[in-house]
Write a protein that binds this ligand. Structure first.
Ligand code: HEC
Length: 173
């Protein structure tokens, strides 16, 4: 029994020392322009997916988010706060968006199925260790819902509709 306990303890100490040695060695590549190791990328995505999924329970989606004026207000907020990273149909990715790792998801993909409570959570809280900022300090909850209302209309959005909603277009006019 004693031998087993000592062996387990020795393994734990070795693992901790190995981890500390790895941190101090400088071996891990933190350059944003290099893709993540697939195992690290998987671990980060799974951690994030599970963490968000576990926190959606209390969010109540308000009524009236399909009103045209709400969606329009969201389009303006999106242009001000989000386009720099998430872009828009017909827009060239910004210099900033091209350098991000992880890459911001394409919110306009036609097959995307936006979920309001999940979008609200992402916009309000942001995601650690990614470029996604939490807007809790900058935007009211009502503004976050407006932005989510706009994003619900984003899948498959045509460039003209995007320009109408945000005032932004590929030519800048
Ligand atoms: C500085 C860059 C940046 C800005 C500004 C930004 N985002 Fe993001 N956003 C990201 C990145 C990167 C991710 C991916 C995070 C991850 O991998 O978990 C993301 C993820 C998201 C997601 C989750 C999508 C999904 O399917 O996983 C939503 C929704 C979102 N952003 C909406 C917004 C909205 C709305 C705004 C503006 C109010 C905004 N973002 C501003 C970079 C940004």
């Amino acid at each position: 029994m004693k031998t087993i306990v000592l062996t387990v303890l020795a393994c734990i100490v070795a693992a901790v020392l190995g981890g500390v040695a790895f941190i101090y060695s400088g071996l891990y590549d933190v350059a944003a322009i290099h893709p993540d190791n697939p195992l690290v990328a998987w671990a980060l995505h799974e951690t994030s997916d599970r963490a968000v999924g576990a926190r959606l329970g209390d969010i109540v989606v308000p009524d009236g988010l399909d009103k045209p004026e709400t969606i329009k207000a969201g389009g303006k907020l999106f242009a001000e706060n989000c386009v720099v990273c998430h872009g828009g149909p017909g827009l060239k990715p910004t210099n900033i968006a091209q350098g991000l790792n992880p890459t911001p998801p394409n919110l306009y993909r036609a097959t995307r199925k936006p979920r309001m409570n999940e979008m609200f959570w992402f916009i309000k809280n942001g995601v650690k260790m990614t470029a996604m900022p939490g807007f809790a300090k900058a935007l009211q909850d009502s503004e976050i819902w407006e932005t989510a209302a706009f994003l619900r209309t984003a899948p498959g959005m045509k460039p003209e509709v995007f320009t109408e909603a945000t005032g932004l277009s590929a030519t800048g006019k």
